[in-house]
Design a protein around this ligand. Structure first.
Ligand code: HEM
Length: 482
């Protein structure tokens, strides 16, 4: 077995020709723009520069028109290889190995190691990441996710009542995303920390604190990732934001988790039934108490932003596409528990406006990408937010057409052109949970309301840590009985 692996490595290392027999080009030959010492290509994103950092997807789409589907930029002191070709994305993922390496969130792992002696999944890589990742795998099991279904139904019912209470006299709920943040906090809280926060039925200071802390956390994460690591010398504003928001969330969650742990100690059978995810964490002999807290925090924080964005955008698209809305409503009253059309609507939203702009990995060995031999250690960003809107991969790519995702569809789609949850061993562990929350929410909303758009259909995304809508989404909710 070992020798077969060695032979494969040998073949990979000496592969210097394309399938057409031409010799592979080197990293130096990958197209780029002129760069400057120290700042590299950062000048492109300086104030008054050609592009805006918060519109990175548009910048990449524009650059690939002049430089081609594969090019490189020097940003933050490192060479970044960017591709907008779905075949390259496939190559990247097929070669990522057992421990895929993503850019580390060094500030977060530094803070967590110092204060908790545990780093969790998101910031880490290698064996350290793998230990945590294995522990969180139950979240991807259908049975585990299903066990929260009744409570997700109840949270969605509460959101319907919330809409009725909060629409204005024109029946419009302004800034839907901000309201959906309360929905996603309440929905994820039943899983982690295993205590339902009443964000939707009560005006709570705690809800405001969680929303502010989760936004600050994402901002802090992003700015310490993109900026130079001077937080190692003194605490920058980004680092301080990360630290204080982490602390706020930690203080809110830890007591609730302690109560769930008490339930585990008193009645294991009950906890296994009510909260199989936390049950599995408490059962896991490889985890210390602080490890469990970190995993619980990551599940909680991971579950807020991206899910609210995707739900808000799906409602936006449904409000602008009446036929699709009617088909979705028909399904929402049917007895098909799989809801294939509602799921297709979510997929289509995530194709058009995915919350992650790109999927990135450091190469773990020299790899042929297109006509280039790219050396081990280079960071490759596959811009799925560009491939997923490309006419090379989708018919009428800018049209909201959930039908293309149905089994009956004849449209041939590249399996690596739209990857909103990532891929492989590092794929989003909250995928099924997020889908369940959104499907149930759509179902309940469509049963109660007709969605009427109040704004033009054009909408884009801006980068925070996850991408979020670039403007408020205001929708009119008309009672279906009217
Ligand atoms: C529509 C909602 C969501 C979207 C679009 C989304 C998207 C993503 C993406 C693109 C990644 C990176 C995957 C990769 O590198 O291959 C990721 C990672 C992650 N997500 Fe999500 N996510 C969503 C909801 C959630 C939820 C509900 C949770 C909580 C359970 C969650 C927890 C995480 C965690 C912990 C990671 C890090 C995984 C690792 O590094 O191994 N996400 N997500």
């Amino acid at each position: 077995m070992k020798s077969v692996k060695n032979i494969r490595c040998f073949i990979r290392s000496v592969q210097t020709h394309t399938s057409a027999g031409q010799s592979l080009k080197s990293l130096d030959e990958v197209p780029s723009l002129s760069s400057y010492p120290l700042i590299g290509h950062s000048y492109l994103f300086f104030p008054g520069g050609k592009y805006k950092a918060e519109r990175l997807t548009e910048a990449v789409a524009n650059l690939s028109k002049t430089l081609g589907p594969i090019f490189k930029l020097k940003l933050g002191g490192i060479d970044l290889l960017i591709t907008t070709n779905a075949d390259h994305t496939e190559t990247l993922f097929r070669n990522e190995g057992k421990f895929p390496i993503r850019p580390s969130f060094l500030a977060l792992s530094h803070y967590r190691k110092k204060n908790f002696n545990s780093i969790g999944i998101v910031p880490g890589n290698g064996e350290e990441w793998y230990r945590f990742r294995n522990a969180i795998l139950p979240l991807l099991k259908t049975k585990v996710v299903n066990s929260y279904l009744d409570r997700h139904e109840s949270v969605a019912d509460t959101f319907v009542e919330y809409i009725k209470r909060n629409i204005n006299h024109d029946l419009v709920l302004n800034d839907l995303f901000s309201h959906l943040l309360k929905f996603t906090i309440e929905a994820i809280s039943v899983v982690s920390p295993g205590y339902r926060f009443n964000c939707l039925s009560e005006e709570q200071k705690q809800t405001t604190n969680i929303i502010k802390a989760s936004i600050d956390f994402m901002d802090g994460l992003y700015s310490t990732l993109m900026g130079p690591p001077i937080w190692k010398i003194y605490k920058t504003s980004g680092y301080l934001k990360l630290e204080s928001s982490h602390n706020v969330i930690y203080q809110i969650l830890k007591d609730h988790l302690s109560n769930t742990k008490k339930l585990y100690e008193e009645n294991k059978t009950l906890l296994k039934k009510e909260n199989p995810f936390l049950f599995e964490l408490f059962e896991n002999k490889n985890l210390q108490w602080e490890d469990i807290i970190m995993l619980m925090m990551e599940t909680f924080l991971g579950g807020i932003d991206a899910t609210a964005t995707t739900a808000a955008l799906t409602l936006h698209y449904l409000s602008h596409n009446i036929d699709i809305q009617n088909t979705a409503r028909e399904e929402s009253t049917s007895e098909n528990p799989q809801y294939p059309f509602l799921r297709a609507c979510i997929k289509e939203t995530l194709r058009l406006l995915p919350t992650a702009g790109a999927n990135s990995r450091f190469l773990i060995h020299d790899t042929q990408i297109g006509d280039y031999l790219i050396p081990k250690g280079i960071l490759v960003s596959a811009f799925s937010s560009v491939t997923s809107q490309s006419e090379k991969y989708f018919n009428e790519p800018l049209k909201y057409n959930p039908h293309r995702w149905l089994r009956s569809s004849k449209e041939a789609m590249h399996p690596f052109a739209s990857l909103p949850f990532g891929y492989g061993p590092r794929m989003c562990p909250g995928k099924r949970l997020a889908e369940q929350e959104i499907v149930i929410l759509l179902k309940k909303i469509l049963q109660s309301f007709k969605l009427v758009s109040t704004q033009p259909p054009e909408i884009g995304m801006v980068y925070r840590m996850n991408r979020i809508p670039d403007r408020s989404i205001n929708i009119k909710f008309v009672n279906t009985n009217c």
